[in-house]
Write a protein that binds this ligand. Structure first.
Ligand code: FAD
Length: 486
């Protein structure tokens, strides 16, 4: 088997390296930073607060287990996780507090008790979400959509037959508004559009299958934090002989006669007939393949949202908070209009607070909590982020203080901020978008860049900016598709 190079040690790059090593390739991963993980890195703040910098919600853990099993390892000995129950604490603008329990019936009963919507309506909706997921995942998430063979399998016929009922012609919001009269429940389910950085007022109703991931299959938390996903897989990759070369950014992918021939890094030139880019596909073309024609239509697809994150060391514990907490805005439609049309941050944003010290007590000193406070924002187009950070910080502190009935600002002992500029700088993600291109279009799945180059033999792509999309599970699936294609 020929040696393979992977550009970037993000979660998809690591998983691709594992899969290619298992197929007998000698794999070298070139990483620009001094460590692995990309968006999934960790850091600490003075005073003893540890943070997962990026992803916080973990679904489909079986995709991680699968990698250990393929390598003949017992997953539990290398990577442990627990199923969350409850999953999320929701705080609505009108003061209603609702707990999302893992058990669907218990969750439906909570909705009936707190919002007055019949439990049966919630169960009907969740089961429909489950059916949509079952009908489509094997076609849309597990295979390349850009190879003819994909279209000749029985799974595809099943998925195509299900399409009319999945809602390509209506939006997620329309689907939820027709299922529920209570605007709070509509808001709760609309929020799942943000799981891939999209807008529920534009994204197709097909995405209403996302709640099934959390409510049907489950939300999970890795022992030690999200960072353990990347760390345990790097340990596995190294055991399999993968070489990680840190602080060695790739500067050019070398080609000759329609084939990939190697890489030029800041340090050296290497021969490789097989290269997988885990770098965002836009800068891969713009910076690493300067002489090659770029697929402009694909690269020009609208970006998904980005994030503004405040990492706070908080000198108190809050019994009403769990691992995942949502403080909803008053006007969701206006919030998404601000993000996707006005390309700014809403004055009243929905706030997501993730507190890993609830489950990993060593992440904060005794009696304290580590708050990861995230607001959805547009990708970077040169907005005045310093000004937006100041106004958003004030709005977030006011809302958190109002909701929790205490002056949160007075409790802050440590602080760090990450914004779209910083996300782009650290990971090379175009515009700092969290999930590559958005899914605000019924055909988005087909418009994402394929997992291979149709122009250059030996060049492949994995990660959140290409098929099947962003987020941990889809990044892991992109690695599977690439390894299968190779
Ligand atoms: P990335 O993580 O983008 O890594 C790419 C790597 O390539 C980086 O390490 C970079 O340094 C390296 N690189 C780039 N260019 C070069 C080069 N030229 N040479 C060498 N190396 C290079 N997902 C979820 O599932 N759940 C969540 O709750 C969630 N929340 C999120 C919150 C935030 C704040 C962020 C930022 C992301 C979140 N995501 C979430 C999305 C998820 O983190 C990403 O989809 C996923 O981690 C992306 O992985 P990736 O493999 O595409 O690469």
């Amino acid at each position: 088997k020929q040696p393979a190079a992977v550009i970037g040690a993000g979660i998809a790059g690591i998983a691709t390296a594992v899969r290619l090593a298992l197929k007998g390739h000698r794999v070298t991963v070139f990483e620009a930073q001094d460590t692995f993980g990309g968006k999934m890195h960790q850091f600490s703040l003075p005073g003893g607060y540890r943070f997962d910098a990026g992803p916080s919600l973990f679904t489909l853990p079986a995709l991680v287990d699968e990698l250990f099993r393929l390598a003949g390892r017992e997953p539990q000995e290398h990577f442990r996780y627990q199923r969350l129950d409850p999953i999320t604490q929701y705080f609505f603008a009108d003061g209603t507090h609702l707990t999302a329990w893992a058990d669907e019936e218990k969750f439906a009963a909570e909705v009936e008790a707190k919002l007055g919507t019949p439990a049966a309506d919630v169960l009907t909706f969740l089961r429909r979400s489950g059916r949509a997921y079952a009908a489509t995942e094997s076609t849309f998430l597990r295979k390349s959509l850009h190879k003819a063979a994909t279209y000749f399998s029985p799974d595809v016929l099943k998925a195509v037959a299900a399409l009319p009922g999945l809602g390509l012609t209506s939006t997620m919001h329309q689907r939820h508004a027709s299922a529920f009269a209570d605007p709070r429940l509509v808001q709760l389910f609309d929020r799942f559009a943000t799981y891939n950085g999209s807008d529920p007022y534009q994204a197709p109703a097909t995405l209403s299958l996302i709640p099934h991931l959390e409510h049907g299959i489950g939300a999970f938390y890795p022992e030690g934090g999200i960072y353990r996903i990347a760390q345990s897989l790097v340990e596995l990759a190294e055991e399999l002989g993968v070489e990680f070369r840190y602080q060695e950014p790739v500067e050019e992918i070398l080609t000759a006669g329609g084939h990939v021939t190697g890489l030029r890094t800041a340090r050296d030139v290497y021969d490789f007939g097989l290269v997988v880019s885990n770098m965002d596909v836009v800068p891969t073309y713009r910076r690493l393949l300067p002489g090659q024609p770029a697929p402009e239509r694909t690269l020009g697809q609208p970006r998904s949202s980005s994030a503004l994150i405040f990492y706070w060391g908080v000198a108190r514990e809050f019994a009403e908070l769990g691992l995942h907490n949502i403080f909803f805005s008053q006007d969701y439609q206006q919030e998404f209009k601000a993000i996707f049309q006005e390309k700014t941050v809403s004055a009243d944003p929905t706030i997501y607070v993730n507190v890993t010290s609830k489950l990993t007590p060593t992440d904060a000193p005794a009696g304290h909590e580590n708050w990861f406070v995230m607001v959805n924002v547009p990708h970077n187009e040169g907005q005045d982020w310093d000004a937006l950070i100041q106004t958003t910080r004030r709005a977030v502190l006011d809302k958190a203080s109002r909701t929790l009935g205490t002056d949160v600002e007075a409790l802050l002992r440590a602080e760090h901020v990450w914004d779209p500029r910083g996300i782009e700088q650290r990971t090379s993600s175009f515009g700092g978008a969290l999930y590559g291109s958005s899914s605000n279009n019924a055909l988005a799945a087909f418009l994402r860049h394929p997992n291979f180059s149709s122009k250059l033999d030996g060049l492949y792509f994995c990660g959140g900016s290409v098929h099947p999309g962003g987020g941990i599970p889809l990044c892991l699936l992109s690695a599977k598709i690439v390894a299968d294609l190779i």
